[in-house]
Design a binder for this molecule. Structure first.
Ligand SMILES: *[C@@H]1O[C@H](CO)[C@@H](O)[C@H](O)[C@H]1NC(C)=O
Ligand SMILES: *[C@@H]1O[C@H](CO)[C@@H](O)[C@H](O)[C@H]1NC(C)=O
Length: 158
């Protein structure tokens, strides 16, 4: 079966026009190594943290942002700049150096632990989520909008 390319052109033109207003979501994402799923934070209010980036566009440096949420997030919860508008806490933005590159001056490497806010507002046994948004800003052809990938881990309050 053959499709007429002349029929497809208007469709692509419409997509191209719509693109600047659309979140550039990727299904790619890295792996939250720590905390492990179901972990109960210690009473000192910190969590071990380790994230293995996907780096799906093979950039030298990978920006990530780390969040605390009281719902299981999906990419639909991200706004146009790859941020949650509805988050319980923002741990910060960090830059992962890939390929053995040195950290960029002025950037912050991901911490090995996250200091939690006071969780006493949540009932014991509540599910909270540590979410990591990974940004890819080096995807071909080079001047495309940044792409955002998401992963999360459930933790349980004491
Ligand atoms: C996305 O959300 C963040 C805060 O959560 C906000 O600062 C930012 O302006 C929002 N971006 C857009 C494009 O709405
Ligand atoms: C957390 O908040 C509760 C209620 O506001 C308070 O009683 C408690 O002392 C706080 N804990 C810490 C470690 O600040």
């Amino acid at each position: 079966m053959r499709f007429s390319t002349s029929l497809l052109v208007p469709v692509f033109a419409a997509l191209a026009l719509a693109a600047p207003n659309v979140r550039t979501i990727s299904q790619n994402h890295g792996t939250i190594v720590e905390p492990t799923s179901g972990l109960v934070p210690t009473t000192d209010g910190s969590l071990p943290f380790s994230y293995q980036d996907s780096n799906w566009c093979e950039g030298g440096y990978t920006p990530i942002s780390v969040w605390l949420l009281d719902y299981a997030p999906t990419t639909a919860n991200l706004n146009a700049t790859g941020q949650f508008t509805n988050a319980d806490y923002f741990f910060g933005s960090f830059l992962i150096a890939n390929f053995g590159l040195p950290p960029l001056s002025g950037s912050q490497s991901p911490p090995t632990s996250l200091t939690l806010p006071n969780l006493s507002q949540y009932a014991a046994g509540s599910s909270l989520y540590i979410a990591v948004v990974e940004t890819a800003n080096t995807c071909p052809p080079g001047n495309v909008p940044a792409q955002y990938g998401l992963t999360s881990t459930e933790i349980t309050t004491a």
